[in-house]
Ligand binder design. Sequence first.
Ligand code: NAP
Ligand code: MG
Length: 404
Amino acid sequence: MKKIEMKTPIVEMDGDEMTRIIWQSIKDELILPFVGLKTEYYDLGLKNRDRTNDEVTVQSAQAVKRLGVAVKCATITPNRQRVEEYGLKEMWKSPNATIRAELDGTVFRTPVIIPSIKPAVRNWKAPITVARHAYGDIYKAEEIKVEKAGKAELLFTDADGKQTRSTICDFDGAGVLQGQFNRESSIRSFARACFGYAVATKQDLWFSTKDTISKIYDQTFKFIFEEIYKTEYEETFKKLNLNYFYTLIDDAVARVIRSEGGFIWALKNYDGDVMSDMISTAFSSLAMMTSVLVSPDGKYEYEAAHGTVTRHYYRYLKGEKTSTNPVATIFAWSGALRKRGEIDGLTDLINFAGLLEKAVLDTINGGTATKDLIPLMDENVKPTAVYTDEFISEIKNKLETRLN
Ligand code: NAP
Ligand code: MG
């Protein structure tokens, strides 16, 4: 068979542990036999991050800015235990945080849905994508434990020395205090990434906050979204018959559950953190969640939402076979190849991405699955649990059938 050709390389970010092993199998079995793959390779494995003083992470993010599309393997975010395990020079920052900061991006998480796995919410028919504003709010808040009675105030001193002051609470005893912030520039980037992604994937965009209670903080988010919609996206949305829909978060939660799915739900940082776990669990499992980082100027980095699956890796090192689910990582590859195809106008590459995804669904619907999926599957399918390599080779069989 003639291999499908590519024009521009995608940025390939290799990673750690079990996902690094699976990464190689996916390439060897499912991509390289069929595609004349072009990548610019960056090894974000922890050893190489340490060797390069984490320069490689920054370089890989700059490559995304240049080439526009990336695919990333899960990576270890070092903690103290990892510093010892790998003998690191430093407790390097999370690569995802570095890349996100460099690209000023927003993360969109989407479950892979499959007929033989029924979502916990019966009426969900299409995936719900959660877009989380991963900057500020309680994640960068300052907190004080109040020990006794006193006055808490909010004080802002602007660059010219002018002060604005507001009383938070006259404490009559012990309590707690928290100060949080966000930046207009970050909210704007978030809004643009969301509207842009809605247009790119032709889905409606929902946005919700608690603006009835938070009349300045949350309303600012609401107004910025409205303004950017009106001035930059309304025309395109109308042309594509898409909807931008703002509603209070309480109302959104109820509507999400009653919906059929098939839209993007944009959320502030904390709401997105919590709701994405709810959505992924209700659809199926973390191993079936894909994730894409999108910058406001339309650069894409695809990955699985899960981590490096450490426990499976330790078993692998002892020579045991594991039944680790590669689906989200395969969909990261198909997502990146499809986007590359769309940007470069390569129909064959776009089709290949679709067939690869269909081959995964064929395999699971045919009753071959990794261990984590078995309890979630329709009993009528009579699923069998297989090891990762068997699962991937069955996907390859199905892919070859589809390609012929
Ligand atoms: P994890 O790697 O997602 O694994 C947590 C558990 O979830 C696993 O032990 C496994 O359960 C199950 N699981 C996750 N993905 C699976 C898959 N593909 N197939 C089958 N089971 C799967 O999270 P973690 O253990 O908290 O973190 C491990 C490392 O990953 C850490 O060093 C962390 O820094 C890193 N991490 C990276 C990213 C990223 O790069 N985006 C994200 C999260 C975490 P069982 O063991 O019960 O089978
Ligand atoms: Mg969470």
